[in-house]
Every structure is written in C-alpha cells, then in structure tokens.
Design a protein around this ligand. Structure first.
Ligand SMILES: C[S@@+](CC[C@H](N)C(=O)[O-])C[C@H]1O[C@@H](n2cnc3c(N)ncnc32)[C@H](O)[C@@H]1O
Length: 366
C-alpha cells in the first residue's frame, strides 16, 4: 500500500506541469528551488572535483599559502596564461578552495584544510583511475563482475587476483604508498576510539606498510606489534619498522589472509580498511581465520567507513567498488552479523572523531 502511494507521488513529482506550478506558487517555491539546486549539484558535481584536481596538480594552493598573489603574479610563477588561470581562480573561489581579497588570492577554507592533509591530496590524485573508469558509467554497470580491465582493478591488483601472494613490488607500489600516506590520520582516529593499553600484542591484518602498527607501538611502549600483509607489502612494512627503530617489538609477516592461517600469539587483531575491499565469502573466510588465530578472550577491532554515515560516502564507495570489481561498504548491522557468525558474540560500535573517515567496531571472542 505504502509502495503504491510512493509510486503515485513519484509519478506526480515527475510531471513538468506540476514542477512549473510548484515554482510559480509562493509557498512551494522554496522546495522547488532546493530540488533544482540539489539536481544541479548532482549533475555538475564532477566539475567541482576536476577544479580541485587542477588546483592540486598545479600546486596552486602551496603558492598562495607562501604569499597572497594577484592573478598576474600567480600566472607568471606557474607559467600559465593569465586569462585561463583567471577562469580557474573564479571557479575555485566559488567553491571556497581559493579566497579572493581585493586583487589578491589566498587559500580558501577548503583549500587551507587540504594543505594540512597530504593523505587527502594523494587520494585526490589517485582519482584519475576512478575518473577514467567513470567516463562510461553505464558501460561499467553492464560489464561482467569478473571483467578486471578497469583502471581501478589494475590499481588494486589483489582484487580478483587468483594468487595475490604472487604480486610483486611494482604491482603493489602505487596502492601501498597511497595507503601509507593516509594511514597516520586513520590511526589517530582508531587509537583515540580504542586505546590498546590493556593489550599485550597487536596483529594488524592487511596492515600495509605498518604505519598503523608503528603508531600503536609508539603510543603504547609495552605493546608488541605484528603486521600481516602480502609478502611484497610486508617487505615495505619491515623496512619502516627498522627505520622507526622498533625491530625489538615489531615484525612484519608475509602471506595471504585469504589462504594462509594467520600468525598466533596476539591478544588483539585489527582490520583497518580491509573488509570493505572484499565480497561476503572472502570476508567470512578471513574472519574465520582471525577467530582461529586469537585466544578465547581475544579482541578484534574493525575500522573502516560505515554505510549509512553520509550520503556522499555511500555513493562514492558504491562507484569505487563497482569500478574495482569487488567489495562493498557495510552497515554496522551487517558487519555485526558477519562478526557474530565468525565467533565474536559481543560486538560494540565505538564513536570516532571523524565518522566520515572511519567507524570502529570492537568484537570480543569471549
Ligand atoms: C585498502 S588496503 C588497507 C591497508 C591498511 N590497513 C590501511 O588502512 O592503510 C588493504 C590491504 O590489504 C592487503 N591485502 C589485500 N589482499 C590481501 C591478502 N589476500 N592477504 C594479505 N593482505 C592482503 C593489501 O596489500 C593492503 O595492504
């Protein structure tokens, strides 16, 4: 009944005559304006992303942070025609990436925030691959899920790889560097939400280059840490651990969490930005292995963006995983069900400072 009523409302809303009336009528005009603005933002949103990309690629914000500049002096420094640069500046000012003060330009609120966040800059630059795949979004939807020819599937070669363990340094270098650039920020969020003070040994599964594990070890001087990742990535983590002078308390272990048993000995395991990369059968297999590696009173911490937190995050990741060929963002309820099924009966969701970046679920085995 409710569905039939909603379908009737949708038909009614799609009438162009009604839309004209709603715009003309004083009381409904604010609603009509708001809908028009939302639809315009949806259809033109890609221009905003590309303006941001242009500012990042030209390192325009760094120049303006050093010193506010006029369009002409910025054009000279960047060796660009002032007429075209002026158009980019107009666009960037409109979006608060750049601010204008008289004749001079300086970073805007969002531009300044970006300058303090190298991980976000790296994410913006790697969007080239997603943008290329989205040039034909309908084609992407029509492609078979097993078709791994997308730019993003090549960027994340473990997605759909028959033997991810065989991936070598040149194949993992780009994504591994990208992840390590944003990992410190995520580590702050996770360790603030769930301090590891009561634990003895941490196993960070799919821990990349070890930035999270190193941050945990630095914060808790008694904590032993282990990073488990594909062998080529684990080699990078081992190098970072050495550089950090933590070899006595930290180690990196290579293997595939989809095929190999996980190292035992830890009383807490973490999966940071890992589960959302995988479809349910792989997640079930992985969680089973985590449970087997932990003692009876062991704890698993899952940290990743959660579905339902923000509409843009939901739609971004839906596109991202469509292009990548696997994975999905899950709600806290869906993750809780998977965790319980794997033998973690008590699951608690913790607050994070920036839920847009990551949520945290703590799952106790005992
Ligand atoms: C999205 S990254 C997250 C890395 C890190 N946890 C972070 O938040 O920056 C996923 C990680 O899982 C690792 N990974 C993917 N498949 C794997 C597998 N079968 N076995 C072990 N590690 C794997 C990747 O190499 C990568 O480091």
């Amino acid at each position: 009944m409710l569905l039939r009523a909603r379908a009737r409302i949708a038909r009614w809303q799609s009438s162009s005559r009604l839309q004209r009336l709603a715009t003309a009528f004083l009381l409904t005009r604010p609603i009509a304006r708001q809908r028009a603005a939302r639809l315009f933002a949806l259809s033109a949103g890609f221009t905003g992303s590309q303006i941001l990309v242009a500012c990042v690629r030209l390192r325009l914000l760094e120049r303006l942070l050093e010193k506010p500049l006029t369009a002409a002096s910025l054009a000279t420094r960047l060796e660009l025609p002032v007429e075209t640069l002026q158009r980019l500046l107009d666009a960037a000012v409109a979006l608060d990436i750049v601010a204008c003060h008289g004749e001079h330009y300086l970073p805007g609120t969002l531009g300044a925030a970006l300058l303090g966040n190298p991980g976000a800059v790296a994410m913006i630059l790697h969007h080239d691959a997603l943008y290329a795949d989205l040039a034909d979004p309908a084609g992407l939807v029509a492609a078979a899920p097993a078709d791994r020819t997308s730019a993003l599937a090549r960027y994340w070669p473990y997605a759909g790889a028959g033997r991810p363990i065989a991936l070598r340094e040149p194949e993992i270098a780009a994504y591994s560097t990208l992840m390590s650039q944003s990992q410190a920020f995520i580590a702050d969020q996770v360790l603030a939400a769930y301090p590891l003070a009561r634990h003895r040994m941490l196993l960070d599964i799919g821990g990349g280059e070890g930035v999270f594990a190193i941050a945990a070890a630095r914060r808790h001087p008694h904590l032993q840490v282990r990073v488990f990742d594909l062998p080529a990535v684990a080699d990078r983590a081992a190098a970072r651990i050495d550089q950090a002078g933590l070899a006595a308390r930290a180690a990196a272990i290579g293997g595939s969490f989809l095929a190999d048993p996980l190292p035992v000995g830890a009383d807490v395991a973490t999966l940071v930005r890992v589960l959302h990369d995988h479809d349910a059968p792989s997640v079930r297999g992985l969680l089973g292995r985590v449970r087997a590696a932990l003692p009876q009173e062991g704890t698993l911490v899952v940290a990743e963006p959660l579905a339902g937190t923000d509409a843009w995050v939901d739609s971004y990741f839906a596109c991202y995983f469509l292009a990548m060929g696997q994975g999905r963002l899950r709600t806290p309820g869906e993750l809780t069900a998977l965790l319980r099924e794997a033998g973690f009966p008590r699951v608690t969701r913790l607050r994070t400072r920036l839920p847009l970046l990551t949520g945290v679920l703590v799952a106790d085995a005992g």
